[in-house]
Design a protein around this ligand. Structure first.
Ligand code: ADP
Ligand code: ZN
Ligand code: ZN
Length: 727
């Protein structure tokens, strides 16, 4: 007998496998991907029908029946279901959770996407039918003729009165249509025509194979390695134009949207209504609207951060991952997927070109290009031939020997003052927010810790309080030490707030903007700061790595990096790669206009290869050294890793569970080329009152152990985090 396989649409690890139900004849044939209502225990649950199965004999338990069919057409395409299954098996998450990535809500509910009324011109309309004396009405009709149609709200914004709009809408040949709202930033009247700019010879050489892959409808990943300003975005635009010309959908992924507003702008300016923008700050209504526009093929280009890779396109013709090395493509909570992998899987399923673009490709990506898995395309020169900035490295140990204990070296002071006096702008990077980095009692030496996490509290000037950077806990600054009651409490280390204060002290007239998570908590604050900095309302932009990417500012001639070491010293195999990228990207902010740029990097490790190679913008040199180290030490891409964190509020239970997991895995994979390390304490012992122990699995092939974990008791352990391919 035939049964339907149903995934219960609820986030629980216990229900991660499909359940079997009978599909009563009265429902006819239901396509996989459709949502249904099923009985489960004593209640009814929403489920997704993912397929059918033929049972050879009657099962020894009573099968229950589907109660209701919820969709008239399937919500998920076959490709979405296949990709979700691939995600769930690769990243070790439940199938239901992976399917939910393709939806707008956590639970699927039918909804009415917001619509608005448009005035649309039909072919039979003739301007001469509007009397000449009705000047406003004629003007509005002429405008509508030019653009074809426009939403009422826009016409109101343009100054047409309610009456005029009403009268025009009553004209024969003008119709009111309810359309899904256009949620791109503004309505576009004049398109930039950027897709028609002729390519340079170097760009044509790169574009040719991409075009061929699109025309031949074959899956082909490309690694487009090109310095910033070499014309990569122009290639994306050209390829997207060809893709939508074929009636297919293009997905363009960018790192955090706020900081990459420029590329979004260029797409919107070029393609207008064809573009929908996806990002985390959209309301549910806006998201529904955008989703629906893509599903109905009102728009054919999705541009957005990580989650845009799940856009509901049925016929994808191109996927672009811009700045493919960016760590924001990896989701670091819940399902720890990497959007680049999902992009490649979807590209494979849709047989299309996937362009991974970067000035500093991920080590793993460049290695795959070397092995021929990706086709390597290079744009080594800038279009406008600006020279790359001059980089100076300052050894902070020497500064201290000379008696300079300030956060600024002499070279940095010099760079700041010369930039200010020449009327140019500067970007300054410090990877620590807050005022001080820790608070310590001078007498007993106790550091003030968060009561819920095993980390030091950070002093924040706003609100004069101590905050934990791992949970929401905050408290007033204690006047006496909680341990020994001494009054000699001191702040140590410098965060962005302290450096801002120091800058004000040394450079009284400088206009300084600070950009870090404390500021960007407020809606649109980051956009406003970046816009004002772009308009030269500030002289110095000081911030965490948020300042390292995105925007081109033509007056920025100087970049200062206060401590290159803060990234180098993180305990991850990828620390050097992260440092090289951060330094190279941040340095690249200097001298983007026609002025030459200067960079000062302060460090306690001036001989580190990531620092030395970034000084000369030498990606290949860095890659060669780094890939050698990875091979010698058995790190990706040579070995795969699975990182697990077991969490529990009780330390003894935690230890028992963690040991049990390790023992189980060791028994099953004894004698195989698989290392199982742990359980061990990694960094922070406790976060939000949950103790943590880590387990690391490493091997040249981890497919079998993944399969084992997926089907074992380990998978359903509460509090277990699994991070496949940690970066
Ligand atoms: P990237 O994405 O690699 O940083 P862009 O595509 O933004 O490079 O190109 C850098 C600059 O050169 C931009 O101002 C862009 O408008 C311009 N540009 C790119 N391609 C061309 C071209 N074929 N002809 C003229 N200008 C171009
Ligand atoms: Zn004390
Ligand atoms: Zn905390």
């Amino acid at each position: 007998m035939r049964v339907a396989s149903i995934i219960i649409n609820r986030p629980t690890k216990q229900l991660h496998k499909p359940l079997s139900y009978v599909l009563p004849d009265r429902f006819g044939n239901i396509m996989p991907g459709t949502r249904v209502l099923v009985p489960l225990g004593g209640s009814r649950e929403e489920g997704i029908l993912v397929g059918y199965e033929e049972l050879s004999e009657k099962p020894d338990f009573t099968l229950r029946s589907i109660i209701q069919v919820l969709d008239s057409e399937p919500w998920f395409t076959t490709e979405m279901m296949d990709t979700a299954r691939r995600i769930s098996q690769y990243y070790l998450c439940s199938y239901g959770d992976a399917l939910r990535l393709f939806t707008v809500h956590k639970t699927l509910k039918s909804y009415d996407a917001p619509r608005e009324e448009w005035l649309v011109v039909k072919p039979e309309f003739n301007l001469e039918q509007v009397p000449l004396k009705r000047k406003k009405q004629r003007e509005l009709c002429a405008y509508l003729l030019q653009v074809g149609g426009a939403p009422k709200s826009l016409l109101r914004a343009k100054g047409y009165s309610y009456m005029v709009i009403k009268q025009v809408s009553d004209e024969p040949g003008i119709q009111i249509e309810k359309r899904f709202k256009d949620t791109t930033t503004t309505f576009i009247e004049l398109l930039s025509g950027e897709e028609n700019i002729p390519l340079t010879d170097a760009q044509s050489a790169v574009y040719e194979p991409i075009k061929n892959a699109m025309d031949d409808e074959i899956f082909q990943p490309f690694l487009l390695h090109g310095v910033t300003g070499s014309g990569k975005t122009q290639i994306y635009i050209k390829a997207a134009a060809r893709c939508i010309g074929k009636g297919k959908t293009a997905i363009i992924l960018v790192p955090e949207i706020v900081l990459t507003d420029q590329i979004v702008r260029r797409f919107v300016d070029t393609f207008g209504d064809e573009v929908v923008v996806f990002h985390s700050k959209l309301t549910v209504g806006q998201r529904n609207n955008n989703w629906e526009r893509i599903r109905r093929k009102d728009s054919h280009i999705i541009i957005g951060a990580r989650s845009a890779v799940f856009g509901p396109a049925e016929d994808i013709g191109l996927i672009v991952v811009d700045e493919e090395h960016d760590t924001s493509y990896k989701q670091e909570d819940m399902i720890r997927y990497h959007a680049r992998n999902v992009a490649l899987w979807r590209g494979e399923a849709h047989r299309c070109a996937v362009i991974l673009g970067s000035a500093t490709p991920a080590i793993v990506s460049y290695y795959k290009a070397q092995c021929g898995e990706y086709k390597l395309l290079e744009l080594p020169h800038r279009i406008h031939e600006q020279p790359l900035p001059q980089v100076q490295i300052v050894d902070m140990k020497e500064e201290m020997l000379r008696g300079n204990y300030s956060v600024f070296s002499d070279a940095m002071m010099d760079l700041i003052s010369s930039t200010l006096s020449s009327g140019n702008q500067m970007i300054m990077l410090l990877n620590r927010r807050g005022y001080s980095t820790f608070v310590l009692c001078r007498d007993c030496g106790e550091t003030i810790m968060c009561p819920h996490c095993a980390v030091a509290m950070v002093y924040h000037q706003a609100g004069e309080e101590l905050r934990c950077h791992y949970c929401e806990h905050h408290e007033p600054i204690p006047t006496v030490c909680p341990t020994c009651h001494s009054k000699r409490i001191r702040f140590f280390g410098s965060g962005t707030q302290k450096v801002e204060e120091e800058l004000h002290r040394y450079f009284k007239d400088a206009r300084i903007a600070r950009l870090d998570q404390d500021v960007t908590r407020y809606k649109d604050a980051a956009e406003a700061i970046l816009r004002d900095f772009g308009d030269h309302k500030y002289d110095i932009l000081l911030g965490t790595q948020m300042v390292s990417k995105g925007h081109d500012f033509k007056d920025v001639t100087a970049v200062g990096i206060l401590t290159a070491d803060s990234v180098l010293n993180i305990p991850l195999y990828s620390a050097s790669e992260r440092a090289f990228n951060l330094l190279t990207q941040t340095s690249g902010r200097a001298g983007r206009g026609d002025k030459e740029g200067r960079v000062v990097i302060q460090t306690y490790n001036p001989l580190n290869y990531a620092i030395i190679r970034s000084k000369t913008h030498d990606y290949l040199g860095f890659y060669t050294e780094e890939i050698g180290n990875r091979e010698a030490l058995g790190y990706p891409p040579f070995k795969d890793m699975i990182y697990m964190v077991v969490r529990h509020p009780k330390l003894d239970i935690l230890e028992t569970t963690a040991n049990h997991i390790v023992d189980d895995l060791k028994i099953h994979f004894q004698g195989e080329d698989i290392e199982i390390l742990g359980p061990y304490e990694n960094g922070i012992k406790k976060i939000r009152d949950m103790y943590r122990l880590s387990i690391m699995i490493r091997g040249s092939n981890v497919t079998t152990i993944k399969k084992y974990i997926y089907n074992s008791w380990i998978f359903t352990q509460e509090g277990l985090l699994i991070d496949v391919d940690p970066i």
